[in-house]
Design a protein around this ligand. Structure first.
Ligand code: SF4
Length: 975
């Protein structure tokens, strides 16, 4: 075959052409005689995104030839197709096994890569090994020769050889270890198998078989050779798109240069239109100075060739950019365009645009989709694995049980009831936070204790089923096990949870099931052993890397990445997010070898990345009759650098045609206008009226019967809080406390002191000897013993609670010193934890008094405080903090014959300081203060009953700890 006839079979299309349409028409015409049966013809395209549009083009072309359909035509990616030529004797290592195998191979060499994660290292190495294999770059058998080669490439002196040796040793050792592992397993890596298959296909391909290939990536050297052979055998038609230059002047031309050189393709003719000349100038690195280029362009075309064809939107920020894209797409749809593409590498922008368009009822066909790990199906799986890791902790367990994916076949009502009982009875009321056996035991206990006849069988059944589902995985939690066994155990576990069938019914769920099947099928070639943590990392990585693409009902608007847009043409397109960080973006930095060494070794370099990116960008600028390029000026308050090529385009255009701007100024203004955000079908919902400070009036009958001191204090601090919390009885669900809170600690201290002075069932006897210096040690010992008993249950639950007990024990000696002194002052403990009720006119009052002391002249009321803060004495004396005078009022009604001589707090604040009474009120102060506090309460109750509103007026301290803040919405009305 002559070079000319070889070139007859290679079609290089300019950027503005539609390669899929051209290929489809040529193929149909070429095989016209055998239509509609195209058996023996294979069409190879790399990206599955291209297959759909290509099929449509083929059908159109067949219809033009009078055929309504085609049969026998095989459309596949090159790599898939060629795989069928791998000899039967070769066992190919799957991608799943390759990663595991390399992690396994890395284990003995942990010392070479310090603390680096073997998973990350494996993924970097697999990329490197793939490039080495496909580039047919062999590493010498001995490491020294490899170091020599690198030393030459780096151009370093002998003194730096040792430093260099480390990098070379890692790569060399791991490369050989990896191949050793493959040999031991009788496997061939997928890339070597690919090269072998290419060679075999040349020997075994039916000589009548015809291949048609459209390719937009530079093929590996072995693939180039394969293409050349098939072209020479007249079994291949090859379609390329771009500019072939003898000496490329910019990145876009470099992309296909290696293949063009290999096939000795002639240079394509220089650009003929003014628009193409403008674009070529933008990407031409050898172009004359900008002013000169601009002058030449303007001379050749007085009118800007980009007008009506290319526009640039420079957005104020990311939201403005997204809104402009949303608006432009809607305008194009209204104008009747049906093939619209949004091409971006910025996933954050893509997500926002998707949300805006979906708001307007426009579905995007998103080629990237999203990571499987972000779907609700994967979240349910994750929660299940957390249940196993955290001993069925309440949070993952409740999330799991409320997910629609578990026990999907069970009686839904019964399952809901059992879950509700678990949450309300055991978790919230019994405060059981984890462990199936504890849940079970407390379900029985509770039933006995409350003489509750409720049937707990569904609850117990639920625990049994969870236990049975957990068994296959829990059996593997210790030690290392083959990856295949882990997956089998996980699948069995999901089956017992009845999750497998529910997942199948869900689009993302079925993708998850497929992933598990792929993992199960991919690891059977070897016995790669993983511990639990490694299994979790491995599974997590696959959930991250596997993408889920919901099937859209409409295909009019497509969301694509740069590479996914290859070979396609559109009615209109938006090249979005043209910032330097995304277009072209930065190549992933490999930890191995610098650019010079990569060049010497023949590995892909940074330039390869830029050539590919700029090739796609350049092509897209001609891939539609209407192109909008967008970029934003800032992100999260930080300035953003727009792409240099875009900046160059704008400057060049401005200099060439100063009075014809490329900027889409009207669109930018529209996108900033409020109307741009409205969509036509949106119902006209009136805006809610502005929030104001709430002042509700309490309906008759809702006033709670009686007041405790905290009710009264709440009413004073914020009447609205009282209204919501006490009258309406709204309260947030109590948090499950796995750790003791300061309130729990306070309660236990109260019990310790109560038991020291008065009998408490289930605790050691009170100290019955007099509190005097001679008995100090014995009294301390008794209080220590009581404290041990009071804290015993929480210590059993959580050893960290020792800290709370230790905190309390530090106060014990000081308390007894204070108690001895108090006794010497004539005071005896009379009652503890006394519940009292009383009456203030028509208002009922109640309270629990921590301690009543008596002396010959009268009584004293003490309130223990264990928190950090106390009311200020001035607030107590002014009646703003009402607790102490309120207690005096109550107790005076219980024992009117004994005057209340003193009311005070005993504050356990700092164990290293002597204890003393705080905010002490004497009999003289109590008399008027108690009366005032009592009268004010009666007045307030009268006013509420008369319909006076209860305003939200909490101060900063009250609002900081308010559970009703979400209800009163203070930040909204306060501004
Ligand atoms: S947030 Fe403040 S104003 Fe609102 S109810 Fe709570 S305490 Fe009152």
């Amino acid at each position: 075959m002559t070079p000319d006839s070889l070139h007859d079979r290679v079609v290089v299309l300019p950027y503005h052409a539609d390669p899929l349409q051209q290929l489809a028409r040529d193929l149909i015409r070429h095989h016209r005689e055998q239509l509609p049966d195209l058996t023996g013809v294979t069409l190879l395209v790399d990206d599955p995104q291209v297959s759909g549009p290509l099929r449509r083009q083929l059908l159109d072309a067949a219809t033009e030839q009078g055929f309504g359909g085609l049969v026998g035509l095989d459309i596949r990616p090159l790599r898939d197709w060629v795989q069928s030529f791998v000899p039967d004797t070769v066992r190919v290592c799957s991608a799943v096994s390759a990663e595991l195998l390399l992690v396994e191979a890395l284990r003995p060499y942990q010392h070479l890569f310090n603390q680096a994660s073997p998973w990350l290292l494996a993924s970097e190495l697999l990329e490197l090994f793939q490039a080495l294999t496909l580039g047919e770059i062999g590493l010498p058998a001995d490491c020294d020769s490899f170091i020599d080669r690198l030393q030459n490439a780096y151009g370093v002196r002998d003194s730096l050889r040792q430093t260099l040796g480390r990098e070379a040793t890692i790569v060399h050792t791991l490369w050989h270890a990896w191949h050793e592992q493959l040999r031991a397993q009788g496997l061939t890596d997928a890339d070597s198998a690919h090269l072998l298959a290419l060679r075999h296909s040349l020997e075994h391909l039916d000589t009548q078989h015809q291949l048609w290939l459209a390719i937009a990536r530079p093929p590996a050297p072995a693939e180039q050779q394969w293409l050349q052979s098939l072209l020479q055998r007249e079994q291949l038609h090859l379609y390329l798109q771009g500019q072939i230059a003898t000496a490329p002047t910019g990145y876009p031309d470099q992309h296909l240069q290696p293949l063009a050189q290999r096939l000795a393709l002639p240079a394509t003719p220089p650009p003929t239109t003014a628009y193409v000349r403008l674009l070529e100038s933008v990407f031409d690195q050898n172009d004359p100075p900008l002013r000169e280029s601009a002058r030449q362009l303007a001379e050749a075309a007085p009118e800007s060739p980009a007008r009506e064809r290319l526009a640039v939107l420079l957005a104020d920020n990311a939201e403005h950019e997204a809104r402009a894209i949303d608006l432009q797409v809607r305008q194009w749809l209204l104008a009747g365009k049906t093939r619209i593409a949004i091409i971006t590498e910025n996933r954050r922008l893509a997500r926002r645009v998707r949300a805006l368009l979906e708001r307007a009822g426009i579905q995007l066909a998103d080629a990237a989709g999203w990571a499987l790990s972000t779907t609700s199906a994967a979240a349910a799986l994750e929660r299940w694995l957390e249940c196993l890791e955290e001993d069925f902790a309440h949070l993952p367990l409740l999330d799991l049980l409320k997910s629609p994916f578990v026990f999907a076949d069970a009686d839904a009502e019964q399952h809901r009831l059992a879950t509700w009982r678990l949450e309300q009875d055991l978790i919230r009321h019994e405060n059981i936070a984890r462990n199936l056996n504890r849940y079970r035991a407390h379900a029985h206990d509770r039933r006995k204790r409350l003489a509750n006849q409720a049937d707990i069988t569904p609850l117990l059944d639920l625990f049994d089923r969870l236990e049975a589902a957990a068994a296959p995985l829990l059996a593997l939690r210790r030690g290392r096990h083959p990856a295949a066994r882990w997956i089998a155990a996980l699948q069995q576990s999901l089956q017992r949870l009845e999750m497998d069938r529910a997942l199948e019914q869900d689009a993302a769920g079925s993708r998850l099931v497929q992933l598990l099947e792929k993992l199960a099928g991919g690891v059977d070639a070897g016995a790669f052993e993983l511990a639990w943590g490694e299994f979790r990392t491995w599974l997590g990585r696959h959930l991250e890397r596997t993408h889920f693409r919901p099937r859209p009902t409409q295909q009019r608007v497509r969301l694509l990445g740069l590479a996914q847009s290859q070979l396609q043409q559109f009615d209109a397109l938006i090249l979005a997010g043209a910032e330097q960080e995304s277009l072209p973006g930065h190549p992933a930095i490999s930890p191995f070898f610098n650019q010079q060494v990569r060049h010497e070794l023949g590995l892909p370099q940074r330039e390869t990345h830029y050539a590919e990116r700029f090739y796609h960008i350049r092509r897209l600028l001609e891939a539609a009759p209407a192109v909008l390029v967008t970029a934003r000026a800032e992100q999260d308050g930080e300035p953003v650098v727009i792409s240099h090529w875009l900046e160059h385009l704008l400057t060049l255009h401005q200099q060439a045609w100063p009075d014809q701007s490329l900027l889409a100024t009207p669109l930018a203004a529209q996108a900033n206008a409020a109307e741009a955000f409205q969509v036509a079908h949106e119902p006209a919902v009136p805006l809610p009226s502005p929030s104001v400070q709430p002042v509700p009036v309490l309906e008759a009958g809702l006033l709670p019967p009686g007041f405790s001191p905290s009710d009264y204090q709440q009413l004073l601090d914020c009447p609205y809080q009282y209204y919501a919390a006490r009258a309406l009885q709204l309260k947030p669900p109590e948090e499950i406390r796995e750790a003791l809170s300061s309130a729990d600690y306070g309660e236990r201290v109260h019990r310790c002191l109560q038991a020291l002075h008065t009998p408490v069932a289930g605790l050691p006897e009170p100290f019955d000897a007099p509190f005097e210096p001679a008995n100090r040690a014995a009294a301390i010992a008794r209080l220590e013993a009581i404290s041990e008993a009071v804290f015993a249950d929480v210590l059993a639950d959580n050893f960290e609670h020792q800290a709370w007990l230790a905190r309390w024990r530090a106060f014990i000696p000081g308390y007894l010193d204070w108690q001895i002194a108090r006794r010497q002052g004539g005071w005896r403990v009379s009652q503890t934890e006394l519940r009292c009720e009383g009456q203030l006119g028509a208002v009922a009052i109640r309270g629990r008094l921590d301690r009543i002391d008596r002396a010959d002249e009268g009584q004293a009321i003490l309130d223990y405080k264990t928190g950090r803060s106390l009311p200020k004495p001035a607030e107590v004396r002014s009646g703003e903090a009402i607790q102490l005078p309120f207690y005096a009022l109550l107790q005076q009604q219980q024992a009117p014959e004994q005057p209340v001589l003193e009311v005070a707090y005993l504050h356990f604040d700092k164990a290293d300081k002597p204890l003393k009474l705080n905010c002490s009120l004497t009999a003289d102060e109590l008399q008027p203060l108690g009366e005032a506090v009592g009268e004010r309460l009666q007045t307030l109750v009268n006013q509420i009953e008369a319909g006076q509103g209860l305003p939200a007026w909490g101060d900063a301290d009250t609002c900081n700890y308010c559970d009703m803040a979400l209800l009163c919405r203070k930040p909204v009305w306060q501004t």
